[in-house]
Write a protein that binds this ligand. Structure first.
Ligand code: FAD
Length: 425
């Protein structure tokens, strides 16, 4: 039962970590306020399918209010947290000021363009639903313009798609673009059969998917090459322009679409200086508390734990969310918080065109099996029964008849007010 003198727990960020913390605190005696800039939670791992017009944006987003409605002690507040005064235990948002007894920071990360000239202005990030929608509209515009222009150089530039970063997001996006450009679009744009699309991954490291084991990296590289994707390793993009990009080898690539999938930086509201790593992550105690402020927990992409290197994954944020809630319950009862230990279930990545890779313990999975596993795991975790059903039917239809949704989206490109989900201004 929540009373006016119940402790007030504020959670900032309704991503994977924050939402899980809020749900895990449902039904407790604490009064919980969850704050996010958006009023919906996004299932980020499927953003690339929204960007490539396989799924509609609203199918991978769930309204936060409806997700929390069964808990009377958990409230949602839409707003941007601008400042935190850890000493005074006060949060200033663009809407109001709140006091807290306990705080959970779960503000996640954002794309980091590493100061590359033109990247922030001309490259497309893929971090939020708004990013995915913007990228989808741009891709559709490119194909439409390429079909109409008489200028062969412009057409080549419009049909060149460069992915900066060869991690899981870059590889998944490349595979999805292969499917879009080779299977879906040529049905409506026969000129694509004569004028092939150029797909390029630029990777600063020596290999693709560096977080996977060697055989899977080699497998991914070979399969992408077979699918016609060019891979440039040990190469960096040094400048991005609207019509081309420049590599550190000096090569200029005519290209209207640069998709930035590498590099993230933590997002933290202003406040007192906290101990941070060189990458900006906050050092936390094994219990996920801040050393100077034991009433403050930090979870997900923004934290660095001593002796634990796994980070930047949704399951890490979810498990930390559950653990932070558990420790808060302990603190409320006067017990000592317990250290967090991550249970690593494995890693999966989709290559596309019925191929995927995965590593689960010592087991290495590749090919059709990896692809199926990737789809099933993503599908299971998509929030909401209705979304899961629609996604399953859409995928089945795509596999049997090609991406009909992508073809339908082409009709909308001339009236680009397509999104049903509005981003807050
Ligand atoms: C394209 C892409 C694909 C990915 N695919 C996978 C995958 O397949 N598997 C996997 O395990 N991981 C994947 N990840 C990583 C995974 O999404 C992150 O590790 C996870 O989202 C981190 O969760 P989080 O709770 O820390 O932050 P997030 O989920 O990013 O949530 C942070 C929340 O905080 C809110 N917020 C931030 N600042 C403020 C503020 N000042 N005021 C109010 N609200 C604020 C944001 O709006 C956001 O809702 C992917 C990431 C990307 C970008």
């Amino acid at each position: 039962m929540v009373s006016p003198c119940s402790p007030h727990i504020v959670i900032i960020g309704a991503g994977f970590g924050g939402l899980q913390t809020a749900v895990s605190l449902g039904g407790t005696s604490a009064q919980v306020t969850l704050i996010d800039r958006y009023n919906y939670h996004t299932f980020i791992p499927l953003l690339y399918q929204v960007a490539t017009a396989t799924l509609e944006p609203e199918w991978i987003a769930v309204p936060i209010q409806s997700h929390l409605r069964r808990w009377t002690n958990v409230h949602f507040l839409q707003g941007i947290v601008e400042q935190i005064d850890y000493g005074e235990q006060r949060i200033i948002t663009d809407q109001t000021t709140l006091k807290y007894d306990y705080l959970v920071l779960s503000t996640g990360s954002q794309t980091h363009f590493r100061g590359v000239p033109g990247a922030q202005k001309y490259a497309f990030p893929l971090r939020t639903l708004t990013d995915a929608i913007a990228l989808k509209h741009h891709l559709l515009q490119c194909i439409e313009e390429a079909s109409q222009t008489p200028d062969p150089d412009l057409r080549r530039s419009l049909l060149t798609f460069t992915l900066v970063g060869g991690g899981a997001t870059g590889v998944e996006m490349a595979g999805a673009l292969v499917e879009l450009c080779r299977r879906a679009w040529p049905k409506d744009y026969p000129f694509l059969r004569q004028q092939p699309v150029r797909l390029l991954i630029v990777q600063s490291g020596a290999e693709l998917l560096p977080e996977f084991r060697q055989p899977l990296r080699t497998y991914t590289y070979k399969r992408l090459m077979n699918l016609g994707v060019e891979v440039q390793v040990n190469t960096k993009v040094t400048a991005v322009y609207p019509t081309h990009l420049v590599l550190d080898t000096g090569v200029h690539i005519p290209c209207t679409t640069t998709i930035w999938t590498t590099g993230v930086t933590v997002m933290l509201p202003q406040g007192q200086t906290l101990p941070q790593t060189a990458q900006g992550k906050i050092w936390v105690l094994p219990s996920l508390q801040l050393q100077q402020y034991p009433e403050v927990y930090a979870i997900g992409d923004i934290v660095q734990l001593p002796n634990q290197s796994v980070t930047g994954l949704a399951p890490v944020a979810v498990q930390q969310g559950t653990h932070a809630a558990c420790n808060l319950r302990r603190q409320l009862k006067g017990y000592t918080p317990q250290p967090f230990r991550y249970f690593h279930k494995g890693r999966l990545a989709m290559i596309g065109c019925f191929l995927g890779v995965g590593q689960i313990g010592p087991l290495l999975i590749r090919g059709l099996m990896g692809w199926l596993l990737c789809l099933v795991v993503h599908w299971i975790y998509v929030p909401g029964y209705r979304s899961r059903l629609i996604i399953l039917l859409t995928w089945l239809q795509s596999f049997m008849t090609g991406n009909k949704l992508a073809q339908q989206q082409l009709m909308k490109v001339r009236s680009p007010s397509t999104s049903t989900i509005q981003s807050p201004s």
